[in-house]
Every structure is written in structure tokens, then in C-alpha cells.
Design a binder for this molecule. Structure first.
Ligand SMILES: Nc1ncnc2c1ncn2[C@@H]1O[C@H](COP(=O)(O)OP(=O)(O)O)[C@@H](O)[C@H]1O
Ligand SMILES: [Mg+2]
Length: 507
């Protein structure tokens, strides 16, 4: 077993309840933090999927914020936050009020309500590590106007999975769509590599032009062309360095006339044997109806403004990324965004895994990636309402079942355990329950989480009496002390509740 040191613990909360020890009221500026009452979890325990269940308003998202902060500062992990409520939009900023000395301490923690935001380390200590971590932060949003530093939340077409494109269950169309998407993906990526976007023409129309030109060729000519392609040796001597030039000539030729198009296509295909293989299927077996509906879909998404004109410029994966889901106001587009993000993460993780398996352990530089989803029942429902929801759920199921091997871990938060998919839920070994209104709700949640035989009646009663911020841990990450009060989230909450004054009667 490897040695754990101080830094490899996540500090999640305080082992205190009704009677808070006065020491927590004191600013910690001039003394060392006292961790004796702190609930600490070895970071290694996070190598399982995690689920947090509680009713609305019990502090789930706040606890999630604390958990993310700890994961980021105590480990080398990456976190992708799929943020449906805007709660994490401001996570890169520090909550100054937490350390505000003008605020009476009794306001920071109210003995009567048992609610408050308590932290132990000084602001300077936290700020130092946090600022360092969030240097590599970005928020992806479709909001207008964007704030500086925000990135556009758009998708690069080749990352859309085939399943998303298939409208009906017809095997022939499915096969054709498969080949069409496969070749189009190669072309998209080939164009992206060579073009610098100076002429303003976007890659989508370039790819479309190639397909359209093929469509315009009379079919007897196409037969000839296929024969020519078959007999043309796949000349590997044409190296990648000549490949941009060839693509250029393809474009400038305008693809008019059989002679030209044969020549240019032969060239483009010869530059990549992958492209050659994929193109063959297209030429041979295509119904143009399929091609038309394929590009029809692209155009539809393009008109909704969700398609990126180019791939994201770097392959660099941010350490902390927030996906601003409310900035996309359409369920299908949200599913499309999730689909591409999950596809990209999955492909990236499996590819890195394969590379890592070829080299010695000492060279394995892979870090854990957490995919974090609040309001998870809306995206991984037990009863999907559409084909798109079913598809996204399927991707989450795959990550839940096989992701750990590739370093992908889920953290899911929900107020509806009954509406969250069974298969995904059963893969979550780290479980947290916060306040639930009724005993029957507690019994139901405990059953859904597979904890019927693990939780004593006294704990069940406690859960119904939990105040905001109280957490019960079960499963893999639970230690001796399983009930505690969530330590402060030190970053700004993005969402905001209604102002209390509007709940009071006018005087
Ligand atoms: N541990 C806590 N200490 C103090 N305030 C908290 C704590 N947890 C949550 N809150 C506050 O309670 C409100 C509801 O919390 P939130 O995390 O949004 O609940 P949920 O996600 O379960 O609906 C927020 O305004 C938050 O600031
Ligand atoms: Mg919430």
C-alpha cells in the first residue's frame, strides 16, 4: 500500500452538531488549523463513482462545491462540471464574505438554526492554492454577451456520435449513415488540419461541397470513377507534407467535371489510407437520400448556432471546466452537447489508456477525470422521454460500468433517487445522504442506494431531522464518523435564491 500523507485527504466537514465548539468561531489567522474534529477522506477513496442524494435546499450543491474544491487542491485530478443551475459559474472566485471580519461570528454560524459557513484555514492559505489551480479554468457558455475568458459552448461535428444521427431503426440507413459520418469525420479533420480559416469559408461547407459534387456526377460516371479508385494504387509515397497542397487543389478545382474530380479525389484519398477505406463505402453503397438527410441534420444544428466552425484550437484539457448548461435553452441541443462532451472524454480516456498500456508504469502520466453532474435525474433518468435522452443515459451507463478502468469517475447529485437510472446508481459506491423530509422517503432512498441492511433505525430518524449542511456518508468512503456538518464552500455560489425580504409581509 502506498503511504498517504497529509495532503492526500479531502477535508469535508466537522464532527459537530448541535453544540458547536467555540474554537470554530475564531478566525484561524494566527494559529495552525486544528483538524482533530475534521472529517477527512483519503483522496484515493474517490476512485469510485459517487452519488449525493437529498431534498432540494438541503445543501447538496454547496457540499458538491466543497468536494470539488478539495479534489482540485488535494489531487492532480481534472473536473468537468456539467452545471444545470449555474451554481458553479463563479467557482473560480473566492467568497470573500466567508472571511469578512466585519460580519459578527454569530452570523456566520447561527446556533439556533445550526446553519453557517465555517472554515478553518486562513483566506490567504486558501487563496494561494486556489488561484494556482484555477489558472487552468474555463467556463463554456452560450450566453451573450460573454464575460472575458469565457469560451463558446459549441460542438465540433466529428465528435457527435453516430447514434445521435440515426433517426429511425432501419438497418440500411444506419449502415449508410455510419459510412457517411465516418468519411465526413475524416474530411472534417483533414480540412481542419490544413486550413487556417483565412478565407472565412467554414469547414462544414467544404465537406458538404465534396459530397455534393459526388452527388452531381451522373451515376454511370461514378461507376467508372469507382473502378478507377479501385485500380489506383494507394500510393504511400505521397507523404503527409504534400497533403495540404492536394486538398487545396481539390478545392480550387471546384470539383467540376469528371476528369478533375477523379484526379482530386484520388489525391485526397491517397493522402490518407484511412480516408481511402472510408470513402470507398461512400462511393459504392450510397443512397443520396441518406447523404441529404445527413447534411440536413448538420444544417439544422448549424442554424441553431451550436456547431463550431473549427475544432478547439488546442488538445489541452483544462483542469477545471464548467459547462454552462442553462445557456442552451433546448433539450435536444443540451443532449447533443452532453453527447459530444461524453464522446470526447471517453475517446480521450480510452486512447490514453491504450497508449499507457504500451509503456512502462513510470511513464504513465494519466490523471483522474471527474465528470460531475448536478440534478442528475434530468440527464440520467430511469424513464427517458426521448431518443436523445436514452442515448445520453447510455453513455453515462458505459462510463458508470467501465469508466473507472480508464480513469473516468462520476459524481452525481440528485433530489430524486427514484428517478435516477438504476444501472448507474448501482455503480456508485460512494454514497451521501442529506436531509430528506419523511421516513418513507428515507426508506425509499436507502433502498435505492442498496443500504437496507447497513443503516440503523436511529440514523434513519436523524436524516429526517437533518438541518441544512448535515451529511451522512455510506459505502466505500464512509469511515468511523459518518455524520457531519459540511465545511464551508470557499468559492462563490453562482445561483441565487430569492431574497428573504420577499418572503416577509410588507409592514
Ligand atoms: N453547509 C452549509 N452552511 C451554510 N449554508 C449552506 C450550507 N449548505 C447550503 N447552504 C445554503 O443553503 C442554500 C441551499 O443550498 P444548496 O446547496 O443550493 O441546496 P440544494 O442543492 O440541496 O438544493 C444555499 O443558499 C446555500 O448557501
Ligand atoms: Mg442544488
Amino acid at each position: 500500500m502506498s503511504q498517504q500523507n497529509e495532503d492526500t485527504f479531502l477535508d469535508l466537514g466537522w464532527l459537530v452538531d448541535e453544540h458547536l465548539h467555540p474554537k470554530y468561531w475564531v478566525e484561524s489567522k494566527n494559529r495552525n488549523p486544528d483538524y482533530s474534529d475534521m472529517v477527512r477522506i483519503p483522496t484515493k477513496k474517490m476512485d469510485k463513482h459517487t452519488v449525493i442524494i437529498a431534498q432540494s435546499g438541503s445543501g447538496k450543491s454547496y457540499f458538491l462545491g466543497r468536494l470539488i474544491e478539495e479534489i482540485i487542491i488535494k489531487s492532480k485530478s481534472r473536473c468537468i462540471i456539467l452545471d444545470p443551475n449555474g451554481d458553479f459559474r463563479k467557482i473560480s472566485e473566492i467568497d470573500d464574505d466567508l472571511w469578512n471580519n466585519n460580519q459578527p461570528l454569530s452570523e456566520k454560524y447561527d446556533i439556533k438554526t445550526g446553519i453557517g459557513k465555517l472554515t478553518l484555514e486562513s483566506k490567504e492559505d486558501f487563496a494561494k492554492t486556489w488561484r494556482h489551480s484555477v489558472q487552468d479554468f474555463c467556463i463554456k457558455t452560450n450566453r451573450v454577451p460573454k464575460e472575458s475568458g469565457d469560451q463558446e459552448l459549441k460542438i465540433w461535428w466529428p465528435s457527435v456520435s453516430l447514434e445521435f444521427l440515426i433517426q429511425q431503426n432501419d438497418p440500411r440507413t444506419t449502415t449508410e449513415m455510419f459510412h457517411c459520418h465516418n468519411w465526413a469525420k475524416v474530411l472534417f479533420n483533414q480540412f481542419a488540419q490544413m486550413s487556417d480559416d483565412t478565407n472565412g469559408e467554414d469547414i462544414i461547407s467544404k465537406v458538404k461541397n465534396i459530397f455534393k459534387s459526388l452527388q452531381d456526377i451522373p451515376s454511370e460516371n461514378r461507376v467508372k470513377m469507382i473502378q478507377k479508385l479501385r485500380t489506383t494504387p494507394n500510393d504511400k509515397s505521397e507523404t503527409a507534407s504534400t497533403h495540404p497542397k492536394l486538398l487545396d487543389s481539390l478545392l480550387s478545382s471546384g470539383l467540376s467535371g469528371l476528369g478533375d474530380i477523379t484526379k482530386t479525389l484520388t489525391k485526397i484519398i491517397n493522402t490518407s489510407s484511412e480516408s481511402m477505406e472510408k470513402a470507398k463505402f461512400v462511393f459504392e453503397s450510397y443512397s443520396w437520400d441518406t447523404v441529404n438527410s445527413y447534411f440536413g441534420l448538420i444544417e439544422q444544428y448549424q442554424s441553431l448556432g451550436i456547431l463550431a466552425k473549427r475544432p478547439y484550437s488546442s488538445n489541452h484539457k483544462r483542469r477545471l471546466e464548467v459547462i454552462d448548461l442553462p445557456s442552451i435553452n433546448n433539450n435536444e441541443l443540451r443532449a447533443l452537447v452532453l453527447n459530444t462532451i461524453l464522446t470526447e472524454e471517453w475517446e480521450n480516456a480510452t486512447q490514453k489508456w491504450e497508449d499507457a498500456m504500451k509503456s512502462p508504469r513510470s511513464e504513465d502520466k494519466r490523471v483522474p477525470t471527474f465528470i460531475i453532474l448536478d440534478e442528475a435525474h434530468n440527464f440520467i433518468p430511469s424513464n427517458p422521454r426521448s431518443r436523445h435522452e436514452t442515448l445520453v443515459r447510455e453513455q453515462f451507463r458505459t462510463i458508470a460500468a467501465e469508466g473507472r478502468k480508464f480513469g473516468l469517475f462520476l459524481i452525481l447529485v440528485s433530489q430524486r433517487a427514484d428517478k435516477l437510472d438504476d444501472l448507474v446508481l448501482s455503480e456508485c459506491s460512494n454514497k451521501a445522504i442529506m436531509h430528506l423530509d419523511s421516513q418513507s422517503m428515507v426508506d425509499q432512498v436507502i433502498k435505492r442506494l442498496g443500504l437496507e441492511y447497513d443503516i440503523e433505525p436511529s440514523v434513519r430518524t436523524k436524516i429526517t431531522n437533518f438541518k441544512t449542511g448535515r451529511i451522512f456518508l455510506a459505502g466505500n468512503w464512509a469511515g468511523d464518523d459518518s455524520i457531519f456538518f459540511c465545511a464551508a464552500r470557499r468559492t462563490l455560489e453562482g445561483g441565487r435564491n430569492l431574497d428573504d425580504k420577499y418572503w416577509a409581509r410588507a409592514t
